[in-house]
Structure formats: structure tokens, C-alpha cells
Design a protein around this ligand. Structure first.
Ligand code: BG6
Length: 501
């Protein structure tokens, strides 16, 4: 039987895009499943002077695609309250406290409070300070802080931010969201690695030649130019999502699957990622920015022409690079990564290429096949494939690669909980396994900071250097080619063959 959760959600940034696209629908799905029933309430705050009625209309609109009945939508929305709020004004926190106490007793919430900060990180410190000084943090029940990225803009700013929030909340009550950790197939990485003796035994430098992680986006920067100009692909994707996935792929097996043991292993492997010198950055990392491009009949404008982007912008919209992990398991195994906007196709996938045989006994025979590759498809399709070699049917001896392919069924995928729903559910349960601990954030910033610094000191790259809807600049291909390798996933070929690119 599902046990209903009791909690008051205090949401800062309630009028924002994230709240409407992700949070309200996720709360509604938890409500439909009975995880939230009668004993929950949401206080939405933001600067705009909305009424409760208007807020409820917005919430109802946000869940419309989930097709609730009118009665169900109304019952759900009736738990939502709005307060116009200036985060720097102490008076507003007094009003907030009174409302929180009223709702706590009205809905019998047992003092459980979840503070969700869906807003720019420069406000995190001010908000948490006031939550303590105005005594909104309750004395009974739990008090958990859920925060969105970006967590700082480099190590120093992240450490300062961390100090401020830790002055109020202990680490175990801080839930730093990395929505990739809520994705089904990211959670599946550990299962594939540790539930299959076949892979568990082969997961090391002895058998693996290289690992490739691609986070390709088809979309451009959309209406987020203002944010993105100050971020760029390195901080937007590599510092968080990509290094998180890398740590799950490379960590040692934890003693068991408790949040603490998993986190310890992730921190250890992140600490083993080599911190590059500026010369090593120049050799191992490539940045790019998209120019105008086309795919078929469709044309795309350049990044510099996007809204709220400087016409001479030097912000990177693409990063490719090679990470090295200096430990016994991974020494010398390249972890190639790439991520970018306006690439050929949306696709998040991991390719693990196993080493070739030490001796070629098929010498002289036309084809000996290709190295084995395990692919983990994270999105948009979810599944795995394994390429292996088999004899081609016929009288002659000829090997050819075949592919064992498994995908989660579309029906299951559509009905499986969305990343945000899982993460909110975990935060309600106090389970921090799929959130990032400060030690992971700190180490990820150290890794990324040296790359960023090297780029800042280097005479600027010649931007734009890749066409919209291509797979990035030529240098990203040379990075692997000079080591005798290539990107396993090359979606551009399909389009090139049809003259669409
Ligand atoms: C966000 C980045 O964290 O992740 C965005 O800020 C990016 O720039 C997004 O588009 C990608 O997420 P997903 O789930 O669509 O792969």
C-alpha cells in the first residue's frame, strides 16, 4: 500500500519555466499515484503579484497535457497558494512563515518542509539565511533544501555558496539536483556494470580500449541566451551531467548500494581524473561555436545571431575532450566526451569499445570484423546494443559485425516516471542517492576550472567553427583520429549520404 507523504513545499521561482514544465506535472503525477494525497500544500513564491486563483490556473494549465478530469485538476490545484515575494525583504519571510504555519495545521503536515530553490544561485545564500533567521525552518518534522544548478560558476564561488547554505542546512538535508541522475538509463549504468559478471570482469584497462560519452542536442540556445552567454557548454553540461555520468561509469563497485557508499566511490574516481596543465588542455580539449547551417530544406541561424547573445560572443556551444583517470583500473584509457548544441541529432549515448585481440589469427582473410562495442542509449531511445563478429553465411570464411540490440518499449518508456518526478519523490523520502554531494560538486569544479582558465588565457578560438546541425568542429574528429580512433556514433553520415547535410 502506498503511504501518503506529508509535506509543505515552499517553492522559490514559482512563476518560472522549470516550475511549469517540470515541477507541477511531477507533483501531479505523485498525486495521481497517491504519494501525495490530502496532506500536502505548495506555497509558490516569486516577484510577480499573482493571486492564489491565478496561480491555480497556471498550475492547472501546466498539468493539462496529463489529461486530468476537471474535478481531479481542481482538487490538486486547491493545494497551491501564492505569495508575492522579494527574496531580500525580511518582512516577506514573516508573511511566509505565517502562511506556512497556517497550512501546516490546516493540512496536518507534521512540520515537514521542502524548500525548492528554482532560481538563480546568487539568491540561494540570502534565502537560506532568512529561512533560518525568520524561523521558517521548522523545529519538528524534516527541513530539506532542494536546489537547482548552476551551483556556482567556478570552484571558489561554489565553495562560498556552499558555506552559506551549510550555515543553515546540514549536508544530509541538501538535495542538489542533477536531473541526469533521475534518468532511467543513467540509473541503469550501475545495473549493467555490476549485475552482469560478463561486464563486471571486463570493466577495466585490461579489456576496454576507450569510452565515449556523447550528449548531443539538436536544439540551439533557444530563449536562454542570457544565461548561456555566461555559462557555455563546459559549465552547462560537462561540470555536472557529463562528469556525473563519467563517475558512474568509472567508479569502483561500492560495498553496497547505499547513498553514502556510492557517493564515496564517485568522489574517489572524480579525484583521480587528471587535472590538466594549460598545455594538456590545448592538446586534449576542443571548443566550438555553431555558425549558420542547414539540414535538408531547413536553415539555421548562427549562435551569434540568437537572442540575447553578443554579436562577437566567444561562448562555446560545443566541447569535446579526453579525460584520463589516473588509477589502477583506468590508467591510459581515454574517456572521450563531447556535448554541443545544434548538432545533427539529439542523442545521449555511451559507447564502450573493447580491445582488439592481441594476435590477428585471421590475417590474410578478407575481413576479421570490428572491435566489440557496448552502447548504452540514454535518450531519446533507451536501451543497449552490443556489436560482435560472426561468420557470414556462405562457403567463404568471412567475419562480419552483427549487433545485438535491445530497447525499452516505447510504451514502458512513456509511462515510466520522468526524471523530476523520481527526484522529488526521493527528496520526499530523504534518499540522496541520486543527488550530488558537495564533495562531487567541488571536485567537478576543480576539473573544469583548469580547462576554463586555459581557454581564457589562450588567444581566442576562431568562432564560429562548426555549422549548425553538423557534429562539431573538425578538431573534435582530429582529437580521436590522431590516436588512431574515431567517434563510434556518427549520425551525420546518414544525412550526408542523402545530401541533406
Ligand atoms: C540542462 C542544460 O541542464 O540540460 C540545458 O542547462 C540542456 O542547456 C539540458 O539543454 C539537457 O537536458 P536533457 O534532459 O534534455 O538532455
Amino acid at each position: 500500500m502506498i503511504e501518503e507523504k506529508r509535506a509543505l513545499f515552499i517553492l522559490f521561482g514559482a512563476t518560472g519555466d522549470l516550475a511549469q514544465r517540470k515541477l507541477y506535472p511531477s507533483l501531479f503525477r505523485l498525486y495521481q499515484k497517491g504519494e501525495l494525497q490530502e496532506h500536502f500544500a505548495v506555497i509558490g513564491t516569486a516577484r510577480r503579484p499573482w493571486s492564489d486563483e491565478h496561480f491555480r490556473e497556471v498550475v492547472t494549465e501546466a498539468i493539462a497535457s496529463l489529461e486530468p478530469s476537471t474535478k481531479e485538476a481542481q482538487a490538486f490545484a486547491s493545494h497551491f497558494y501564492y505569495q508575492a515575494h522579494d527574496v531580500g525583504d525580511a518582512e516577506h519571510y514573516v508573511t511566509l512563515k505565517n502562511l506556512a504555519e497556517k497550512l501546516d495545521s490546516q493540512y496536518q503536515l507534521a512540520g515537514n518542509r521542502l524548500y525548492y530553490l528554482a532560481m538563480a544561485p546568487q539568491f540561494f545564500g540570502t534565502i537560506t539565511k532568512h529561512l533560518a533567521s525568520e524561523e521558517i525552518v521548522s523545529k519538528n518534522g524534516f527541513n530539506r533544501l532542494v536546489i537547482e544548478k548552476p551551483f556556482g560558476f567556478d570552484y571558489d564561488s561554489a565553495a562560498e555558496l556552499n558555506q552559506k547554505i551549510r550555515a543553515v542546512f546540514p549536508e544530509e538535508d541538501i538535495f542538489r539536483i542533477d536531473h541526469y541522475l533521475g534518468k532511467e538509463m543513467v540509473q541503469n549504468i550501475s545495473t549493467v556494470r555490476f549485475a552482469n559478471p560478463l561486464f563486471e570482469r571486463m570493466w577495466s584497462r585490461q579489456y576496454i580500449d576507450n569510452v565515449q560519452i556523447t550528449f548531443a542536442e539538436e536544439l540551439g540556445v533557444e530563449d536562454r541566451g542570457g544565461y548561456y552567454e555566461n555559462s557555455g557548454a563546459l559549465k552547462d553540461m560537462v561540470q555536472n551531467h557529463l562528469l556525473q555520468v563519467l563517475s558512474l561509469l568509472a567508479m569502483e563497485p561500492p560495498l553496497n548500494f547505499t547513498a553514502e557508499n556510492i557517493r564515496n566511490e564517485k568522489v574517489k574516481v572524480l579525484s583521480a581524473v587528471r587535472l590538466y596543465s594549460p598545455q594538456e588542455v590545448a592538446k586534449n580539449f576542443v571548443r566550438g561555436q555553431y555558425g549558420a547551417g542547414r539540414l535538408g530544406e531547413e536553415t539555421f541561424r548562427s549562435y551569434r545571431e540568437e537572442d540575447k547573445v553578443a554579436p562577437e560572443s566567444n561562448t562555446e556551444t560545443f566541447v569535446a575532450g579526453k579525460f584520463l583517470i589516473d588509477n589502477l583500473r583506468w590508467a591510459d584509457v581515454p574517456f572521450y566526451v563531447r556535448t554541443g548544441k545544434r548538432l545533427t541529432e539529439k542523442g545521449t549515448r555511451i559507447n564502450i569499445t573493447f580491445k582488439d585481440l592481441p594476435v590477428d589469427i585471421f590475417k590474410g582473410i578478407e575481413s576479421k570484423g570490428q572491435p566489440n562495442v557496448l552502447t548504452i542509449y540514454i535518450q531519446p531511445t533507451e536501451g543497449f546494443s552490443l556489436t560482435m563478429n560472426a561468420k557470414e553465411i556462405g562457403p567463404e570464411y568471412r567475419a562480419r559485425p552483427i549487433k545485438l540490440d535491445y530497447r525499452n518499449s516505447a510504451e514502458l518508456t512513456v509511462n515510466s516516471p520522468e526524471a523530476y518526478e523520481k527526484l522529488i519523490f526521493d527528496a520526499l523520502n530523504g534518499d540522496s542517492t541520486n543527488f550530488t554531494h558537495w564533495d562531487e560538486v567541488a571536485q567537478s569544479w576543480r576539473i573544469v576550472d583548469v580547462i576554463k582558465k586555459a581557454w581564457e588565457n589562450e588567444t581566442c578560438a576562431k568562432f564560429p567553427n562548426y555549422a549548425a546541425r553538423s557534429m562539431g568542429p573538425a578538431a573534435a574528429f582530429e582529437l580521436l583520429a590522431r590516436e588512431g580512433r574515431h567517434w563510434v556514433w556518427q549520425p551525420e553520415h546518414w544525412y550526408e549520404e542523402r545530401d541533406l547535410l
